[in-house]
Design a binder for this molecule. Structure first.
Ligand code: UD1
Length: 345
């Protein structure tokens, strides 16, 4: 049974591609819009290899209102939107703030503007645990205080949450689910899709797997003198396929009117904090592959420790992180090996 069409913005990206797979598996048709600024067309083949379905694809930028309007005219049956299209590098946002505000906020405004005009009901937004800043207490619940953002990237997430809330509360015929991701990691178990950062990775897992395969000499662990049991930072590493499944549940919740609320916010994490050093050990244990690493100084702007209380997502959304960290690490490694086999890197 076809459950209707979902627009996935940024659908060839890391989380977008995994979510597209889960949407197709759940019976939705998907149209992707992506400007390919941080991804490529081969991702579509990966999605097809997993699902047997090639999603419709429009190469365009969501800040381009003309292109976006043309897309809505062509696909007049879109029922819901999952918005991944955004710039996401914390460091880069510090020296390119205009790019971040323009890209992330104009995309959001364009989509919210067009939704009522085309009768699109549900909007899922990718937010981040970055909105909690350095929490006073862990784990964080959705009611934990929002701290002043420490980067333009983080600020775009906070402002976006406010914009969505204002638009929904203005009486627009829109429902929204805001998902606050902790640290998404791993790849599809088929190794057909995964994370493929441009250039030198800034995030931990791609740097780790590239080191394990010999592309990078050693992984730098940014600090071992934090106030944590082993001195390295603590994060909540959430499997990307588990994360993707939450988006399907969020879409279903809105389209099938499972909730009376017009706007809901959920943390998506495992509920378990792992340190950077513990994660390296988990990778080595799961794969049998050593990761050369050294301790270096702290990275400016890093949060010391943050992990989720996912109770609300567990009980209300009916979602739970299921994949073990070992399986997740194996999936990340298999993806890296596959990239090598394909001659990508
Ligand atoms: C950050 C953002 C998050 C954003 C994500 C994706 C914050 C609090 N978090 O996550 O919102 O979605 O980036 O861009 O702003 N590390 C190393 N060596 C490395 C790389 C990382 O030790 O080579 C450590 C970091 O110091 C950190 C942990 O690994 O403690 C995770 O880092 P990273 O993967 O970059 O993600 P966050 O900074 O947690």
């Amino acid at each position: 049974m076809n459950k209707g069409r979902i627009l996935v913005t940024g659908g060839t990206g890391y989380i977008g591609s995994h979510t597209t797979v889960e949407l197709i598996n759940a019976g939705y048709s998907v149209v992707i819009i992506d400007n390919l600024s941080n991804s490529n067309r081969e991702v579509l083949d990966g999605i097809k290899n997993i699902t047997g379905v090639m999603p419709d694809f429009v190469e365009a930028d969501c800040t381009d209102m003309v292109a976006l309007t043309a897309l809505f005219d062509k696909y007049s049956d879109i029922k819901g939107i999952i918005n991944f299209a955004a710039s996401k590098a914390v460091g880069e946002s510090m020296y390119k703030p205009i790019l971040y505000y323009r890209n992330n906020l104009n995309t959001l405004l364009n989509l919210l503007d067009l939704m009522p005009k085309y009768g699109v009901k549900g909007f899922v937004f990718s937010s981040s645990c970055t909105v909690y800043g350095e929490p006073d207490v862990n784990p964080v619940t959705e009611k934990s205080p929002i701290k002043k953002a420490t980067s333009p990237y983080g600020n775009t997430k906070q402002i976006s949450e406010d914009i969505i809330t204002d638009v929904v509360n203005s009486g627009a015929p829109i429902k929204s689910v805001i998902l606050r991701y902790f640290n998404p990691v791993g790849a599809h178990p088929s190794a057909e899709i995964g994370e493929l950062p441009n250039g030198v990775p800034q995030n931990l897992i791609p740097y780790l797997t590239q080191t394990a395969i010999g592309i990078r000499k050693e992984l730098s662990v940014f600090g071992d003198d934090y106030d944590t049991p082993d001195g390295s930072c603590i994060r909540d590493f959430i499997n990307v396929v588990d994360l993707a499944k939450a988006h399907v549940m969020a879409i279903e919740r809105m389209l099938e009117d499972k909730s009376d609320k017009k706007i809901e916010i959920f943390n998506l994490g495992t509920g378990v904090g792992l340190s950077v050093l513990e994660l390296i050990s988990a990778f080595e244990r799961a794969t049998g592959v050593k990761v050369p690493h050294k301790i270096v100084g702290r990275r400016a702007g890093d949060i010391v420790k943050v992990w989720a209380d996912p109770t609300l997502a567990n009980t209300v959304l009916g979602w739970k992180a299921e994949t073990s960290i070992e399986d997740t690490m194996r999936s990340a490694w298999n993806w890296q090996v596959k990239l090598r086999e394909r001659g990508v890197m």
